[in-house]
Design a protein around this ligand. Sequence first.
Ligand SMILES: Nc1ncnc2c1ncn2[C@@H]1O[C@H](COP(=O)(O)OP(=O)(O)OP(=O)(O)O)[C@@H](O)[C@H]1O
Ligand SMILES: [Mg+2]
Length: 468
Amino acid sequence: LIEKFSEKLANFCYPFVEVRFFENIGDYMRTNEAFLYIENYLTSKSTNQAKKLQGEYVRKSLVLKMDERQKFYDEFEGVKFVWSLIKIVPNTNSVSFYPASDKRFYLLTFHRSHRDFVEKSYLNHVLEQGKEIGLSKRQRKLYTNCTGNGEYERGGKWSHVIFEHPSSFETIAMSPKKKKEIVDDLVTFSKAKEYYAKIGKPWKRGYLLYGPPGTGKSSLVAAIANFLKYDIYDIELTNVKNNAELRKLLIGITSKSVVVIEDIDCSLDLTGQRKTDSENDKEKEEKNEEVNQVAAASLQGLQAADKEKNKASQVTLSGLLNFIDGIWSASTGERLIIFTTNYVEKLDQALIRRGRMDMHIELSYCGFDGFKMLAMNYLSIESHPLFETIQRLLEETNMTPADVAENLMPKVAEEDVEASLERLIQALRTSKEEAEMKAKKEAEMKAEKEEGTGEEGSSEKEAEDAEG
Ligand SMILES: Nc1ncnc2c1ncn2[C@@H]1O[C@H](COP(=O)(O)OP(=O)(O)OP(=O)(O)O)[C@@H](O)[C@H]1O
Ligand SMILES: [Mg+2]
């Protein structure tokens, strides 16, 4: 009876319902998209009402956001609602190996008589509006994974900054045909939600960008993200301890994102075949043995080996393959996965087969088309008498777009166009001469080596004869 009565009393005194929308949810602490949509919705509405705001400078404009503990009153179809942003700071007195991070949530309060209305229409209204606003002017983010190596850091988490890279398809120098191909592919992909559902595939696509250093792979990644207006998740694989941590990262990725793994050939030893369990065990045993030997040798040696062991990532090729298109990968909607590498031939075929990496894009040395684009961007010229010479030289020698761009950049204030072009021509000539010299030297070395092996054989014989 007392229980019943106290419940009634509580309801009478506080007839409100509270709903919390946490920023991160679940064991994997994935970003709650509802939180982001609500943030957009409230940011668009709250600024003229709230008295405590937070200012951020985003893409050349000021964005005012709701401050913590600031209440915001909303009204929809005659019903009143109260929103507030609340931050829970973890208890710093408790001693924990992994310090907990702050938790934030939006709290929605309304009268309990509107419960049905909230569930059926108000929340839909808020989320839909927030989503729409988000698409048109959201701040895009560049995420990277935390190291997880330090004593106080836990791996498998993302940290982010606002993504503001000026690269776009207009500034990338590559053949117009290839550029169009990529743009068309991106547009088709971004509109193909139903199609992917129909063919029973997760909505994602893989790109492999390969080519020598300085040919614009990283720039192209930024251009793609800018074009699609997606967030970027830049994974540093060497910071990922094991496959479980990689999966944890995957779960934390929101939809509409580009996932990038740069220099995939250097990140890990992924070039070998997928290993069987027994092979893995054997390797581990061997490693342990090594460590033991070092331990016996000296304490210092052990510490060094331990450090190395800690550093080494245990992400395997099969873990990465699962990351790309395993069952878990379908849990995060619309997504583009991009690998970049300097040495495509080093990679395992399983990693780059079609279906995983659907499109292979080669970025190569600067051609005349690329040069014209750079000249337009850097010097604002479409043609010049010196272009002919440059075209001929570009055909005769290999120069990366990065080098061409560097030479075109004015070195002193108000340098004229001709000086820049002359500098480029000079650089192209030098590079051509160097390449020729190198080829000549290599040929000489080769010839010498061949001669040398012949001579060595004979001198050995002589020595033998002398001994005899
Ligand atoms: N195709 C290109 N178009 C325009 N600018 C380019 C191009 N390639 C390179 N650049 C210029 O050179 C710089 C370096 O390029 P970028 O970082 O994209 O090269 P990368 O291929 O990623 O090299 P790495 O393999 O060393 O990572 C960029 O800042 C950009 O200004
Ligand atoms: Mg790069």
